[in-house]
Design a binder for this molecule. Structure first.
Ligand code: ASP
Length: 345
């Protein structure tokens, strides 16, 4: 019998924090602190190793450089482990999960991110059940011995989600994450109930490799009635920006005022990629539905369909990082790379 090998990568986050007695603020501690509070780890009949970020971070300090470190850590140990669990602060966990889903190409092993809303040393912590179940999921196999969930996921509050579909929606409740446009891949109750038909599998002929270059010359802009023309014009003219995620109204609508449409058109013509996603929590952009949306397509804006802002921003970073032209990036933004968007057939 093969004994599963799991690597826990501890980046930081509330799960490993304790209260500083002087300031009362939560600060991260090292992995030994977690181990101390989790004697259950020894009960697994798995080999569980750990790798820790030094110093551990509050995830608000996460950066694309650290995503590259995470991808490197996984790639360098890819053959030695059956699955990876990343302990991460909840604040930017959806960004990290989205970025990794585009960086880890041809992934065929589980990469499960988790963390907690209450530190592991606190009696009512949610960290214990989140981590223990994440480890089980990272080791789970299908009947024919293949990894059951070979994609980048977030496991939190009994739900397993595709990482690039998630958003942190709650700063207080235990169920901190939502996946508005894609159902959970599994629910953990007495048993872990997997929805195998929903799980993304890389096509068999893609070799595992990582995209190590990210281009962060991107931004996300939320529209609101009354947004000033000068602001739009200046932002869309910024020379050092290559991709803009535009968070529009409803099914992908935006003002029809000539100053607005002109600014977008000029930006597209100058080689910027503008991606339309909705600022609604769920649902998709449909640019053909209203005249306002049609004007955006005419101005060169591409549809981000039902992508989250976390996915759209990190996908642009990865695609530009690969050295693709603006036109190639536009094409890829409208296609699914790692199950991040739904295209109605
Ligand atoms: N500020 C913390 C972090 O993101 C919050 C958490 O872990 O839940 O690192």
């Amino acid at each position: 019998m093969h004994k599963p090998h799991i690597l826990i990568i501890y980046t930081g986050g509330t799960i490993g924090m304790v209260k500083n007695a002087d300031t009362g603020a939560l600060e991260p501690l090292d992995f030994n602190h977690l181990r101390h509070h989790l004697p259950e780890l020894r009960l697994f009949d798995f080999t569980i190793d750990n790798y820790q970020f030094t110093p551990p971070l509050d995830s608000s300090d996460m950066t694309p450089e650290l995503w590259v470190s995470l991808a490197d850590i996984i790639a360098e140990r890819y053959d030695r482990y059956d699955g990876f669990v990343i302990l991460h602060g909840t604040d930017t966990m959806s960004f990290t999960a989205s970025a990794l889903s585009f960086m880890l190409e041809g992934l065929n092993k589980p990469v499960i991110l988790t963390g907690s809303q209450l530190p592991i040393g606190v009696m009512r912590t949610d960290g214990r059940e989140n981590l223990i179940t994440a480890i089980e999921i990272a080791a789970a196999l299908t009947a024919d011995g293949q990894p059951r969930v070979p994609e980048v996921c977030i496991f939190f509050a009994s739900h397993l989600y595709r990482g690039n579909r998630t958003t942190k929606e709650n700063a207080e409740k235990f169920n901190a994450f939502a996946s508005y446009n894609y159902p959970p891949l599994a629910r953990a109750g007495i048993n872990i109930n997997y929805q195998d038909q929903l799980i993304h599998r890389s096509s068999g002929n893609t070799q595992f490799s990582i995209n190590r270059t990210l281009d962060n010359r991107v931004l996300a802009l939320t529209l609101f009635p009354g947004i000033r023309p000068e602001l739009i014009e200046n932002v869309f003219r910024m020379p050092d920006i290559r991709g803009i995620v535009l968070r529009t109204f409803g099914s992908g609508n935006a003002p029809t005022a000539p100053w607005f449409v002109d600014a977008l058109q000029q930006a597209s013509l100058s080689g910027k990629v503008i991606v339309n996603i909705t600022q609604c929590q769920s649902g998709s952009v449909e640019m053909g539905l209203y005249r306002t949306g049609v004007m955006l397509s005419r101005a060169g804006v591409v549809s981000g369909h039902d992508m989250t802002v976390e996915s759209a921003v990190t996908k642009l970073m990865v695609l530009f990082g690969k050295g693709l032209s603006a036109e190639e990036v536009r094409i890829q933004m409208e296609r699914s790379i790692a199950g991040e968007l739904t295209i109605e057939q």
